[in-house]
Design a protein around this ligand. Structure first.
Ligand code: MAN
Length: 363
């Protein structure tokens, strides 16, 4: 099966060897899931840089940030009966979860949207404090008036939540702290207020009753969020049966707010889909794609740190052209473009129960 994405022939645009590690003891394992924005007439990616430790036989090393803000390396023998390492991303030890890598956010820029470089004086965003001990990940960048809102995943032994920092100049950052507590990630703030209120998509998880669904929240100030509503659920038997999560800020179209989202099945295979929200009340879902608009198919998407993954949380819109930057196989940064019209025509209308409206057959 093919999809409707037009991948850049230059993919992967960035791979781990393209950036230096943040310290001598760490090595860059993956570059992935960039937030995207335009600043001073250039295209910028705020990339998640996942770093780890060179492994030795029979031992597992994993990094954490300690109370002093320094990276500390933890070490355990692989034959330890209390250790579970069945997923490349996670270490479970004595009932506690750790990550095999620790992520920070790094800026690269480009004039043509294809060739990116890291300016010498650019800021590096590291996790800070006990809620970001295992790093910060997958940042969405939303520009409202002259302020960039950075919503990212903050990971620590306390859980996975959404952190917010704000900047106007990409040099000075205001830290708003954790705006949505665990378990929550994939938060994208709308780039315009609707009827005087800020809106955001986010993805809490409810492990026993409920699931990994996309929710909508409102805010008077872009920092304090309430009136949460569950708007998009996983679909049994489809490619997005296990979890769904928002991509970047919704795109304003003449038909409503268009959102590109990721969905995964129980085998952790990640594809992209789309849904459309009512222009005046984004809690009303007008339509949703049934098949993925993009699914892993190139080698760099099928194999890497964690294969069979396409994941986006950043894009640029120019008329009908939507350019997404995406993480492939949790290891590489790639680019692809879509026609917004083509995505809109792949959407299937939903009824009030969020079920596809059946198309009447002609008699
Ligand atoms: C999941 C994956 C990882 C990520 C952790 C914490 O396991 O998305 O890539 O590091 O969650 O966010």
């Amino acid at each position: 099966m093919s999809d409707i994405a037009h991948r850049f022939p230059e993919n992967p645009l960035l791979m781990p060897k393209d950036l230096q590690s943040s310290s001598a003891e760490l090595q860059v394992i993956s570059l992935l899931n960039p937030g995207v924005f335009v600043f001073e007439k250039k295209i910028w990616l705020l990339i998640r840089v996942a770093e780890g430790i060179a492994q030795k036989e029979g031992v597992i090393f994993f990094p954490v940030i300690n109370a002093l803000g320094k990276v500390e390396i933890l070490e355990l023998p692989l034959n330890n009966p209390d250790l579970i390492v069945t997923d490349a991303r996670i270490v479970q030890y004595k009932g506690l979860d750790y990550l095999t890598t620790i992520s920070h956010l790094r800026l690269v820029c480009s004039e043509d949207g294809v060739h990116f470089h890291e300016p010498e004086d650019s800021s590096i965003l590291m996790g800070s404090g006990i809620l970001e001990q295992f790093g910060i990940e997958d940042c969405r960048v939303s520009k409202i008036a002259d302020t960039y809102y950075l919503t990212y995943t903050a990971v620590s032994e306390n859980g996975v939540g959404v952190g917010l920092r704000m900047t106007k100049d990409w040099k000075n950052f205001e830290i708003a702290g954790m705006i949505l507590p665990p378990h929550n990630k994939d938060c994208a703030i709308f780039e315009e207020k609707i009827n005087g209120k800020y809106y955001a998509l986010h993805r809490p998880s409810s492990p026993q009753v409920g699931g990994n669904f996309i929710w909508l929240a409102e805010s008077p100030d872009g920092i304090h969020w309430g009136n949460h509503k569950c708007i998009i659920k996983t679909r049994y038997g489809l490619w997005d049966s296990a979890r769904v999560g928002a991509g970047a800020a919704p795109i304003k179209t003449d038909q409503g707010w268009l959102e590109i989202y990721h969905g995964a099945n129980a085998e952790h295979q990640y594809c992209l889909g789309a849904f459309l929200m009512d222009p005046e009340d984004p809690s009303k879902i007008i339509s949703r794609t049934i098949d993925p608009i993009m699914m892993p198919q190139e080698n760099y998407e099928l194999s890497g740190f964690f294969g069979y993954v396409v994941f986006t949380n950043g894009h640029i819109v120019e008329g009908d052209k939507l350019t997404i930057y995406y993480g492939a196989a949790d290891e590489f940064v790639c680019g692809a473009y879509f026609s917004i019209k083509e995505i809109l025509s792949a959407l299937v209308p939903l009824n009030d129960n969020n079920q596809p409206v059946s198309i009447p057959t002609e008699i």
